[in-house]
Design a protein around this ligand. Structure first.
Ligand code: OGA
Ligand code: NI
Length: 210
């Protein structure tokens, strides 16, 4: 099923090509948004989130001074109730390939929970040790975010330009993983998101962090 006409995708992906990032309001169709949101709240209630780590598997470690979020990695096989969500992101992968001339072959996604007081210091999403993340994508699930709640995404552009993105409900941000230095500012309220990376090689064996 096509949710957006071709010219809409072309416009979004032109922005991604030109400025290395794109910010889109009301991105997910309602039924996909609702299924992810209810899954997310269910996993939070089950305490299924784990403290996020830094770097690829073998070098992973918890460094509170750098990031304070908790994550739940999504799995196509075990999280079967999200099958329409996976189909939707599969379509996004194909749109990126078609309109940006990429050869993305896979993706990896996690849900993220930043408790009040947490942040993620400035970083790039592409690891030195594992450079297969090409495009980062974040979607926010903060129903009642208001100015002053914090948790904004700060994007560092060239020539010292900084962009502040409010993490409001169903906003999507996509950027080039290797080119965009970015930071999550300290949040004053619990902050919920889905973060994904489109890869130009399969995620592979071994469990992956980031
Ligand atoms: C990340 C990240 C940004 C955000 O998970 O790598 O930078 O706004 N997230 O949640
Ligand atoms: Ni990041």
């Amino acid at each position: 099923m096509e949710y957006y006409p071709e010219e809409v995708w072309i416009n979004w992906l032109d922005q991604l090509s030109d400025q290395n990032y794109v910010e889109i309001e009301s991105f997910l169709p309602t039924e996909i948004y609702d299924s992810i949101a209810s899954f997310l709240h269910q996993k939070l209630a089950e305490e299924a989130f784990e403290r996020a780590q830094i770097g690829p598997n073998t070098k992973a470690q918890v460094i509170s001074e750098i990031r304070g979020d908790y994550t739940y990695w999504l799995s196509r096989s075990t999280d079967a109730e999200l099958s329409s969500t996976f189909e939707f992101f599969e379509d996004v992968r194909q749109k990126l390939n078609r309109y940006c001339y990429l050869s993305l072959s896979d993706y990896e996604f996690h849900l993220a929970h930043y408790p009040a007081g947490s942040f993620y210091k400035a970083h790039y999403d592409q690891f030195k040790e594992r450079s297969n993340r090409l495009i980062s994508m974040i979607i926010y699930f903060n129903e009642e975010w208001q100015t002053g709640d914090g948790g904004e995404l700060k994007i560092f552009q060239s020539e010292g330009k900084e962009i502040i993105i409010n993490p409001t409900k169903n906003k999507m941000v996509m950027f080039k993983s290797a080119d965009i230095l970015h930071e999550v500012l300290i949040t004053n309220k619990p902050r919920l998101s889905l973060t994904g990376w489109f890869l130009y090689q399969p995620a592979g064996l071994g469990y992956l962090f980031g």
